[in-house]
Design a binder for this molecule. Sequence first.
Ligand SMILES: [Zn+2]
Length: 423
Amino acid sequence: MVWADLILTAKDKLAKNIIMVIGDGMGPAYTTGYRYYMDNINTPQVETTIFDKLLTGMVSTYPVNSQGYVTDSAAAATALSTGYKTYNGAIGVDVNKKPLLTLMERAKQLGKKTGLVVTSQINHATPAAYFSHNESRKNYNEIADSYFDDKINGHFKANLMLGGGSKYFIRPDRNLVSEFKQADFQYIDDLSKLTSLNKQQPVLGLFAEVGLPWTLDNKNENHLLAMAKAGVRHLENNEGYVLLVEASQIDWAGHSNDIAAAMAEMQDLAETLTWLKNYVENRDDTLLVATADHSTGGLTLGANGDYRWQPEFLKNLTASPKSIATKLAHQNTAISAQQLTDALGFIITDQEANLFIGRSDEKSIYEQIKLLIDSRTNTGWTSGGHTGIDVQVFATGNGAKAFNRHQTNTDIAKQLFLVLEGN
Ligand SMILES: [Zn+2]
């Protein structure tokens, strides 16, 4: 066996079910930041988070050599789903663009149910690398088509798909939603329907044209949590299941250098992990593994030589910085200090409000809002892209101890294949 160096260290029985969780872009600065963001300032100690409780090991994320050590989400997800390092942009294919067997495909061959729950479009790089094969992550329509066209022993690869992306599934040239419906899938486009799914039928749930709204703009139950609960309940069966859960938009917040949005996405993931931990620890047949594909934005907690990070300024925003910017861009009057104070939840001076003079488009207002938030919280960023720092792995349940070490991302896949083969 190629991965004979990997030993199952856990004495407990092999998991029947695997829940793989990915925080896209969630490097260690994000889990650390989340701890301080959640800290109760009325107690002397800094409270631990779900990430602290589940922390198991570290993971290097580099793609194939010669790529400069910094991965994109496609190469990282392919590594995590197949056990092979590949080039940036690759979806479930090797460096020669040849398809690689994915964890989900193997699970399906073995008669298990499979599913995906993401806050991006369901054909985005991470979920695609578990369920599809394509030379480029940018071929969104082809990837969407493959979800319907490609089968394993005559079966669809996924029993459950929840996330965004209706614009890729309902197109002028092809309506995949009606094709799925004709193939006996139940289709939902409203999150409130998640609690009344028919367990006998596979599910396609698309709740947005592309990605789901920011957590900061959502007043209901957090999206990832709601979808993950429904996914687990729907997939439970005697043969077992493999479920991918991705907090996709931590990465998008990182690319935008938007610390407020990032921490709110982290909160949705933390609540999801808390629920999943409890679910897994109340049974004896399930493995929960969570990691990140890479870190995004070069986030630092503290910046510019100043020894402080003050996440309390992120606590009273009335909406996401992006939505606040959109609203302000659509008014006819000048942006006032009072308006900004009301929207951001901390006091903005007239001098600071003057920085918005001449900014009338959404993008430039959004940039200025983020600068204000960064300066209050003293948050730093070094990039609008990814960085090559190692990420963490978190685990609980049957076989969790196997991840208790430093590993590279392909080792995680190899270990999960071992779990599948052991059944
Ligand atoms: Zn990214």
